[in-house]
Write a protein that binds this ligand. Structure first.
Ligand SMILES: *Cc1c(COP(=O)(O)O)cnc(C)c1O
Length: 470
């Protein structure tokens, strides 16, 4: 006959008793009482089930409080956390894309903590427009007649198509029906906007006559999508924006380009691919150009529309604009970021995305060696370190062919596997995200900041203390 669990269950201390324990008193002074009690009950319930199943759980108050301490930390920690980006992907969509420049972050704090003239005209003392804070800067920096900003570039494209082509046809090259990041597909956004897709050409070749043949009385717009996240190489041809603008003029049709990444500066002098800048696109005479705020621009998440005054006015009058509107924190960051572009050398220095993309390999090698020496002084016995050349990526679906020569700190664990080490670094208070290559964990110095260095040391020191699995 099985033994009755009754006496065993009596070994579980009561909540009331635990709360009078000194450790309990201390936890109660730091965390809300209802949360402490709820988690404690959960733990005790688990112990009861363990006992009933014949297991031997830890039941001493210090053990129980330690378990509660861990649970409560996990429960009350912020879910959105800082991480160290050791991937070398500068515009990493999963890790937050662009970092803000210092003045942009400062403006965010200002807009967050104080009232502002968000929609108030300080000269006239009456209601103003939230778009006024960036429109002039955008027209000055791009040469466009007018500008408007919304929540992100996907919203900008949706809004533009809804305004210009609802229920009518938009002519697009088949080679430009792209998917970006799995959640933005040009054909799907078009169908949501109520525009009808009129595909022309083939995957690798589209000619001007293809567009010309497609134009009919239902045509509303000629659209070019910058295929920013891939390249079709070899036997290809695309119609330039200039040619589309001429065709549009002939037929009285507006021409739009979704530039995607949208760079305000030409980065080709720094060894990156030549991308059309926003000003170059504007100079073709296109009616509307859209791009992201947090890709190559290096600002906050935003969708920027620049173009002809009449077109921007139509877009602004669309009720959807209100639904997709940009918030004040984003506006604050965007204005400060754009300000930096008035002095391109300052922009390259102070906007992290531009700074990281243009850091020369020699500087990255020096940083990698300094990090190596610094860590070697810390006696990290359970991992060997070396500096290896590697290649970073721009990311964010921009400049797919640009490979940026870089240097990485390569970690080879002397206990456990490289996957164990990767998981350990990822589970630290400030997680470190690296890349596994040939049984080593690489931390690419291009995306590692000075302030990340002590974090890396602490996490590796903690790895030394992790008991080795047999
Ligand atoms: C990235 C991208 C988008 C989407 O921009 P978000 O700012 O991420 O919304 C749209 N079109 C192109 C061509 C892109 O590269």
């Amino acid at each position: 006959m099985p033994q009755s669990p009754g006496p065993a269950l009596r070994r579980i201390p009561s909540v009331t008793l635990l709360l009078t324990d000194p450790a309990g008193v201390e936890i109660l002074s730091a965390y809300p009482r209802p949360l402490v009690i709820k988690l404690l009950r959960e733990i005790l319930e688990q112990k009861r089930r363990d006992l009933l199943a014949g297991r031997e759980p830890q039941l001493s108050p210090p053990d129980l409080w330690q378990e509660l301490g861990l649970r409560i930390k996990a429960k009350t920690a912020y879910h959105l956390r800082r991480v160290v980006n050791g991937t070398g992907v500068v515009i990493h969509t999963n890790l937050g894309r662009s970092l803000l420049a210092r003045p942009a972050a400062a403006q965010v704090e200002l807009a967050a903590r104080y009232y502002s003239n968000l929609e108030f005209d300080l000269t006239l003392g009456r209601r103003g427009s939230r778009y006024s804070h960036v429109e002039e800067l955008l027209t000055e920096l791009t040469g466009a007649e007018a500008a408007l900003v919304v929540n992100n570039n996907a919203a900008a494209v949706l809004l533009a198509l809804d305004t210009l082509a609802q229920g009518r046809e938009v002519v697009v090259s088949r080679g430009q029906l792209v998917e970006i990041g799995g959640s933005f597909r040009v054909p799907e956004v078009m169908s949501r906007s109520g525009a009808l897709l009129h595909e022309v050409g083939t995957t690798n070749k589209t000619h001007l006559r293809d567009y010309e043949n497609a134009v009919n009385e239902r045509t509303a717009l000629l659209l070019k999508v910058h295929t920013s996240n891939f390249r079709i190489l070899g036997f290809t041809s695309e119609v330039s924006l200039e040619e589309l603008v001429v065709l549009g003029k002939t037929h009285g049709l507006p021409v739009m380009e979704d530039l995607g990444s949208g760079s305000l500066l030409d980065l080709s002098p720094f060894g990156l691919e030549k991308e059309p800048t926003v000003s170059e696109a504007v100079r073709t005479g296109a009616d509307l150009i859209t791009f992201s705020g947090d890709k190559l621009l290096g600002g906050p998440q935003a969708g920027i529309l620049v173009g002809k005054k009449a077109v921007i006015q139509m877009v602004r009058a669309n009720p959807l604009t209100r639904a997709l509107r940009i918030d004040k924190l984003t506006l604050a960051a965007l204005e400060a970021t754009l300000h930096l572009y008035r002095q391109p050398t300052r922009a390259l220095q102070e906007i992290p995305t531009l700074n990281l993309l243009t850091t020369p390999p020699a500087a990255l090698r020096r940083r990698a060696r300094r990090l190596l020496h610094y860590l070697n002084r810390s006696n990290l016995s359970s991992v060997t370190l070396e500096v290896l050349p590697t290649v970073s990526q721009v990311g964010g679906g921009a400049l797919p062919l640009s490979s940026l020569p870089s240097y990485a700190l390569a970690l080879l664990p002397l206990k456990g596997t490289v996957n164990d080490l990767e998981a350990h670094l990822r589970s630290q208070p400030i997680p470190i995200i690296g890349r596994i290559e040939k049984d080593r964990l690489l931390l690419d110095l291009r995306t590692i900041q000075e302030v990340d260095i002590p974090v890396i040391r602490e996490s590796l020191t903690a790895w030394v203390a992790v008991p080795q699995n047999p």
